[in-house]
Design a protein around this ligand. Structure first.
Ligand code: GLA
Ligand code: ZN
Length: 666
């Protein structure tokens, strides 16, 4: 039930590449929307390279143009386009069209339309509303994929297959429940075992047979966890079925699917083994709040996908060249921000950046979404200017292709804990925030220019000096064994409130958290206070502690009260009935140390803590001389390395222009 290892430790070597000598600079292109406008299509052929792009993603939503009626295919328009693009040196990422489906298909075969949690089947239109279990759907997708593969698997312009788009919808239809029951039967063998694992004596929920399981019950945490695992496995199987005809036609064309950050299903780590290239879509909400927080959030996902990709090429498949149109407010990226974000993706390990979208359509609900070419229909725009500049940077940065980002800090982020925290009714439900908490810890280190790998417990941990596992809520024996051995061998582990609360089924550990790591942490949690926000307890460093942390501000949202069984207090609460008890502890275990952060702490406290801890562990940042607002990231090793300096503020800072980025060898 655990994700497959991505083996971060071997990131010291170069990754394979897409076999292209330049970084990919591309865009989603929807020529089928312009079939009545040959002059537009003709102009695009030269505008694309002129704007500094070397690649387009085709076909993502083209199904009805490719198969206007069931079994009648129309490829001529695409053949011509592909040849024309190739003649101008523009590469093609060819997508399978399953993210949107033709009306004839939706109408004729109802089962292909997913069913929502409320039991309602999705309508004819929309998109990404497929049922991954439906045999009819899989069959229809295989037919069109086979046609595409037969036609284009050897086309010289094609560099990559792009399977579907942002696969992430859950389906609650009968077919999916048949699969769920089968999945449960193979995981648990007997209904008795399942009832125990899910604690079904609660509220009289025991099932008498697997056939009883026909809907999701929000009051059974284990069921909700297993449902997410099942849907993830279905998607892995589904992607495999989409890929089969592509692989068969030409095994040498690599395949990806574009991941969407913060997605609950599928667990993307499970899917990576199927893919040749990892890619993700990034839509940071620039200028809607704190730009530094936004940059940090973007860095977190880049670090997650890089580690997931491990030895495979990484691409940022989508980002907007200007603004989105789905936010409450969608500000324009300020001058420089576009280049800065594109270079951030490269600095964190990507071998290319593509946009949604090349050209804005005249209609449809994305007509006002940012595009390289918008409704002004000219390349004489600020946006095209910035995109072209990125194209120049990418040409200059060819040597980073395939090179690693080397980190000795691992930050654990796991889908299991995300699902379990969200499924459980906790003592504080106002701000459970598993993902934002991981991002906050990552941010404190990122801001200090530390390279960080976002990992899971199953990864190879041997390359890390420091591992941070905030709110690692699910801690089963296998995870605990790996972490314990790693600490005993000399690693420094940070756990927090809500680390090690339950096992893999969501059942609470007896003896208090951090459950199976109580011995490693040298403490157990007796109670946890959920703070309504008024008069939060202050936290102060202990005099003469193993590490001086000074004033850590106040606890936020959660304050755990711990009992020490060997750990020593490094900071303690100043207020409340638990004043004087530890809020931060350190425990020597084997040749390593385990730190326990009992309270949720603010950004300032995290920065202070990690500054002291990285110095203690002996981990140095890429650059230590930078003002807040400027970060450094290094890609590559030794003389081959490139260091990127990035100014995330609207002021000139540290010799960089507002929102400026520079890069240099070393
Ligand atoms: C997603 C989709 C694209 C497009 C963009 C808009 O990333 O994959 O097709 O809808 O959002 O931001
Ligand atoms: Zn379904």
């Amino acid at each position: 039930m655990s994700p497959s290892p991505s083996n971060a430790a071997t990131s010291l070597t170069n990754r394979p590449t897409l076999g292209i000598s330049s970084l990919i600079h591309g865009a989603d292109y929807n020529p089928e929307q312009w079939s009545d406008h040959p002059e537009i299509l003709a102009a695009d052929l030269s505008l694309i390279p002129q704007a500094g792009l070397n690649c387009v993603s085709l076909g993502i939503f083209s199904w009805s143009a490719l198969e206007p009626e069931e079994g009648r295919f129309s490829f001529r328009w695409l053949d011509t386009l592909m040849d024309n693009l190739h003649a101008r040196g523009t590469r093609v990422i060819m997508a399978t069209p399953s993210a949107g489906r033709p009306v004839w298909l939706s109408r004729r075969y109802e089962e292909v339309r997913c069913v929502g949690r409320d039991g309602k089947r999705s309508g004819i239109g929309g998109r990404l509303n497929l049922c991954p279990s439906s045999p009819v759907w899989r069959d229809k997708v295989s037919i069109i994929n086979r046609q595409l593969a037969t036609r284009y698997a050897y086309h010289p312009a094609v560099v990559l297959w792009h399977v579907s788009n942002e696969l992430s919808n859950e389906c609650f239809c009968n077919l999916c429940f048949v699969g769920f029951r089968r999945w449960l039967q193979s995981a648990y063998s007997t209904i008795d075992y399942l009832n125990k694992a899910w604690w079904n004596s609660f509220w009289s929920h025991s099932f008498t047979s697997f056939e009883d399981i026909v809907e999701l019950d929000g009051s059974i945490t284990g069921m909700n966890l297993d449902w997410k695992r099942f849907q993830s496995d279905v998607y892995v199987d589904y992607v495999r079925s989409e890929m089969a005809p592509l692989r068969l036609a030409n095994p040498n064309i690599p395949i990806t699917t574009n991941f969407v950050p913060s997605c609950r299903v599928p667990e993307q780590r499970r899917m990576v083994a199927e893919l040749d290239v990892v890619s993700w879509d990034a839509y940071p909400g620039w200028h809607t709040g704190d730009d530094l927080a936004c940059a940090a959030n973007n860095a977190f996902f880049a670090d997650l996908y890089r580690v997931m990709a491990h030895k495979k090429p990484l691409l940022q498949m989508e980002t907007t060249p200007s603004q989105v149109n789905w936010g409450t407010d969608s500000p324009l990226k300020r001058p420089g921000v576009h280049r800065l974000t594109a270079l951030q993706a490269i600095a964190h390990g990507a071998d290319g950046v593509s946009y949604f979208q090349w050209r804005a359509g005249r209609g449809g609900c994305e007509q006002f979404h940012g595009a390289v070419i918008d409704h002004t229909n000219t390349a004489d725009t600020r946006v095209v200017g910035e995109v072209t500049e990125v194209g120049r940077d990418f040409k200059a940065l060819g040597k980073v292709i395939g090179s690693p980002v080397v980190s000795s800090i691992g930050l654990v982020f796991e889908w299991d804990s995300l699902w379990a925290v969200e499924a459980a009714s906790l003592v504080g439900n106002r701000r459970k925030d598993y993902e934002p908490t991981c991002v906050a810890h990552h941010r404190a280190l990122w801001q200090q220019s530390h390279p960080i790998d976002v990992i899971c417990c199953d990864d190879d941990l041997s390359a890390y000096r420091l591992i941070i596992a905030p709110m690692l809520y699910i801690l089963d024996e296998s995870r605990a064994t790996r972490l314990r051995a790693w600490v005993a061998g000399g690693g420094t582990l940070v756990l927090s409130y809500f680390s090690g609360v339950v096992n893999e089924h969501g059942l609470a550990h007896l003896g208090g958290s951090p459950g199976p790591l109580r011995d490693v942490a040298g403490l157990w949690v007796e109670e946890i206070d959920a703070l309504p926000g008024t008069r939060p307890p202050r936290i102060l460093g202990q005099p003469n502690a193993v590490m001086d942390v000074g004033n850590l501000g106040t606890a936020i949202d959660y304050a755990a009260i711990v009992r020490l069984t060997g750990a020593e207090s490094v900071a303690s609460y100043v207020d409340e009935f638990y004043a004087g008890t530890p809020a931060l502890t350190c425990h020597r275990f084997g040749r390593g140390e385990c730190w326990f952060m009992a309270a949720r702490m603010g950004h300032g406290a995290l920065v202070t803590f990690y500054q002291a801890l990285t110095a203690r562990v002996g981990v140095s940042p890429v650059r230590a001389d930078l003002p807040v607002g400027v970060t450094a990231t290094r890609r590559g090793i030794g003389a081959e390395a490139t260091t990127f300096l990035m100014n995330w503020t609207p002021q000139p800072l540290h010799g960089l222009a507002p929102y400026g980025c520079s890069y240099e060898a070393g």
